[in-house]
Design a binder for this molecule. Structure first.
Ligand SMILES: [Zn+2]
Length: 239
């Protein structure tokens, strides 16, 4: 597999601050089932989110494959046609469809929303109010600026836990600076797939949720390699 070439592929703007998404990681923990609480109640929604993550991953892979390799789902495309192909057949047609499973579930629900006008930034973990001191006049934008409108499913008005979860997932997705950061772990997780949020966006052969998971994968692969090729000492030699 060709890796993403740095100069010829749309790159992330490094001038824009990347949201280090704690909140996305919380969503992932729920989807992956690595956090306690609510998992059983969110069983159906979690399955839908996994479906959407898989669609996002295949959308990103397909676009990269066309733009970089000039191949779409096994079909070779003339190199001069690859950009038009990518834009028309993938970027245009597939983008909004990726999110359909979540949007359809939300459409099927009826719920009220809670509305709040907030002074704090979207990614603020600390409230601006907490930084105020009686001896210092705060900057004008802390006193005279309303920063965002928060609209969320109202827990008191039909916005039950599944609706809030899907709503939250969609908002975390739009906060992401690059959808290629979402990946599925190539390690061994039985029939429970594990998704991860990586920092880099360059293509790799495999992605892992942790170093431990990567080592376990490589260790097992090496074991198989020994059987196939009869390399008796390779594992020993590496130590
Ligand atoms: Zn893993």
């Amino acid at each position: 597999m060709k890796r993403t070439p740095k100069a010829t592929f749309p790159q992330r703007s490094y001038r824009r601050v990347r949201v280090e998404s704690e909140s996305f990681n919380l969503v992932l923990a729920k989807v992956n089932g690595t956090i306690r609480g609510d998992l059983e109640a969110l069983r159906i929604e979690r399955a839908e989110v996994r479906k959407v993550f898989d669609r996002i991953i295949s959308y990103c892979d397909r676009l990269e494959s066309v733009l970089i390799d000039s191949v779409d789902q096994g079909q070779k495309i003339p190199r001069r046609e690859r950009i038009r192909w990518a834009l028309v057949n993938i970027a245009h047609r597939e983008f909004s469809r990726m999110f359909d499973p979540l949007i359809d579930s939300l459409k099927a629900e009826s719920f009220g929303v809670a509305v709040m006008v907030l002074r704090d930034k979207a990614d603020a973990t600390e409230r601006i109010v907490d930084s105020w001191k009686a001896s210092v006049v705060p900057p004008a934008d802390q006193l005279f600026k309303a920063r965002r409108l928060l609209i969320i499913p109202d827990p008191l008005n039909g916005g039950h836990i599944g609706v809030q979860f899907l709503w939250d997932v969609l908002h975390r997705i739009i906060e992401l600076d690059d959808l290629r950061r979402i990946r599925r772990c190539s390690g061994f997780h039985g029939d429970q797939p594990i998704y991860l949020l990586r920092i880099k966006i360059q293509r790799q052969e495999r992605y892992f949720c942790s170093d431990q998971c990567r080592s376990r994968y490589n260790y097992n692969k090496e074991g198989q390699g020994e059987k196939q090729h009869g390399r008796q000492h390779s594992r020993k030699a590496k130590r």
